[in-house]
Design a protein around this ligand. Structure first.
Ligand code: SF4
Length: 277
């Protein structure tokens, strides 16, 4: 048996057993990333798509993703590479080394590419690939961006923080029970992650407003107050939900609600953006 310390789940795995996230496995008595270098997607994205609106606006980043996720959000926007049966087929994707993917960066510089983004699935369940690649990118004087659900352990953050310039972190709701029972996450872990990352990197936060899940004014005000107490310069992205994956029992969020929530958030935060509207 070996215990994985990468996220709050702390899976105890027998030899050969895969963790809850689908991306790590117990081999030789150790838990290793089986998704290391198994890329499911590579694309040049505008930085605003991460979303990061106050970090080199107008630039682009070469975005890479693997497979696996340690949460179980029923409205997942990326289920084909996170935790569906389809996602696990990327187990067989050709191996790409950090050196190989970094060697592609110069060809994108003419498109305003400032570096690499680790995104699409939950990148930190395979933090070793992020760390090794980010170190090379950093060595070339370029930038590294991580888009994460913010549930990795702080010891994982310590491994990558020397090389990461910016994060977009999901703060999916502000209710412990919803985090635990609906999303399979842990609110306090996310709050600790945000607080720690904010000490040494640029951070922006994203909240998808889902009808019936996190769309009360009271919850929004609690979430915004917590961010403002940490730093009212932290940008918040409020995004509109669309029925997807295992959550097709409700309509898309009203655009008017997103705009109203954005106005409320602006009472305490300096930078609030709306998404998918
Ligand atoms: S990263 Fe994966 S294997 Fe490790 S504790 Fe989290 S869910 Fe389990």
């Amino acid at each position: 048996m070996a215990r994985c310390e990468v996220c709050f789940r702390h899976c105890e795995l027998r030899e050969g057993q895969t963790g809850f996230c689908g991306g790590r496995v117990c081999e030789g008595g150790k838990v290793i990333a089986k998704n290391y270098g198994r890329l499911s997607s590579v694309a040049l994205d505008p930085i605003e798509k991460k979303p990061l609106h106050r970090f080199f606006p107008g630039s682009s980043v070469l975005s890479v993703g693997s497979f696996g996720c340690n949460l179980r959000c029923p409205f997942c926007q990326n289920s084909s590479i996170s935790w569906s049966v389809e996602a696990l087929s990327y187990d067989d994707a050709p191996l790409t080394s950090p050196e190989e993917i970094v060697s592609r960066l110069p060809e994108y510089s003419k498109y305003g590419c400032i570096g690499m983004a680790y995104t699409y699935n939950e990148p930190l369940i395979g933090f070793e690939f992020v760390r090794d690649t980010a170190k090379l990118v950093s060595g070339q004087g370029l930038k590294n961006v991580v888009v994460t659900n913010g549930t990795a352990s702080l010891s994982v953050l310590d491994e990558i923080l020397p090389f990461i310039d910016a994060f977009n972190i999901d703060l999916k709701c502000f209710d412990e029970q919803t985090y635990k029972h609906t999303l399979g996450g842990d609110l306090q872990t996310v709050l600790d992650f945000i607080t720690y990352a904010h000490k040494s990197a640029h951070i922006e936060l994203t909240t998808l407003i889902v009808p019936g899940l996190n769309d009360t004014e009271r919850e929004l005000r609690d979430l915004v107050s917590w961010i403002a107490a940490l730093d009212d310069n932290i940008p918040l992205h409020l995004s509109r939900f669309f029925p997807r994956f295992n959550m097709t029992d409700r309509a898309a969020t009203d655009v008017s609600l997103i705009y109203r929530f954005a106005d409320i958030a602006r009472e305490k935060l300096r930078y609030v953006y709306t998404g998918n509207c």
